[in-house]
Design a protein. Structure first.
Length: 292
């Protein structure tokens, strides 16, 4: 019996099969179902009528969708570079085997385990102009509190700051893992050559964590293009839609207007957008990487 299983394709499938089943059931089937629904006029009660590409044509000419697209790009452009730089600087500062560094690593990572509801409640207490922390500080200095969550020019930066604070922990851990893989004798050789800190960072550290840097940028770009909870709970997309993101637009269309086919079309466009941006980032960063 044992010999009959050795070398048989069924033996490999016995190990891979459960994972493939769950992967197809949880990811592949919903993706294909969403593509199918996007070509129908559908609602939450199961009624469907084939409309072809009408949903896509409507989405691409919908001013609310286009405004949501612009808002999403604004947030991604504010969050991803800032978050990457801050996380890298903090990882460099905490990359040492001391008790204080371990404590600070735990402090910075602690925000990442909070739910989006808790995060938005914390920052609502900070940013609200009535009795928030920033309002109290402004009044202490004799100035009027700023309406961070109700001003069209301030709401996007406010959500970006909230997201950066919440998301710092995971990139820091990734950068720390990459930094700890760099051999110590490389830095010792640089010190013997009297290389400056900037030279050491630019010539040794940054090239050594290049792949980690690419991973952080790609993961954060994909995550921020799907930003939802912060915009919904802090501002509900306001004021006047100036903080409505693509995922919030999809949520409102699907569960507020019950236009499931229209929402599915917008979701598929978001999927293509994330895929395209991620592949372009990977190509732009790796095309000059020397072959090994």
């Amino acid at each position: 019996m044992k010999g009959s299983w050795q070398g048989s394709p069924l033996a490999g499938f016995a190990f891979v099969g459960p994972f493939l089943f769950l992967y197809c059931a949880i990811l592949i089937y919903p993706l294909l179902l969403g593509i199918s629904i996007s070509f129908h006029q559908a609602d939450l009660f199961g009624a469907r009528r084939w409309v072809g590409f009408d949903n896509y044509a409507r989405v691409l000419t919908d001013p609310v969708f286009l405004q949501s697209l612009v808002n999403t790009f604004k947030l991604a452009l504010l969050i991803v570079p800032t978050l990457t730089v801050i996380a890298l600087l903090l990882a460099l500062a905490l990359n040492r085997a001391t008790r204080s560094a371990a404590i600070f690593r735990g402090i910075f990572f602690s925000s990442s385990v909070l739910s989006v509801t808790i995060v938005t409640l914390i920052w609502r207490f900070i940013l609200t102009p009535d009795a928030g922390l920033m309002a109290e500080v402004s009044q202490a200095f004799g100035t009027e509190p700023l309406p961070f969550l109700s001003d069209q020019d301030l709401v996007i930066p406010s959500i970006a700051i909230t997201t950066i604070w919440w998301s710092l922990g995971f990139p820091i851990m990734l950068f720390l893992a990459g930094l700890q893989q760099i051999p110590g004798d490389v830095y010792e050789a640089a010190a013997l050559d009297r290389a400056s800190r900037w030279t050491t960072f630019w010539k040794i550290t940054l090239p050594s964590i290049r792949r980690t840097l690419i991973l952080v940028i790609m993961l954060q770009t994909a995550a921020q293009l799907q930003l939802f909870g912060q915009a919904q709970l802090l501002t509900a997309g306001g004021p006047s839609g100036s903080s409505r993101t693509l995922v919030l637009f999809i949520f409102e269309v699907a569960f507020g207007r019950w236009e499931l086919g229209y929402a599915a079309a917008a979701a598929e466009l978001l999927f293509l957008l994330i895929l395209t941006v991620t592949l372009l980032q990977y190509w732009a960063v790796t095309r000059k990487e020397p072959e090994r």
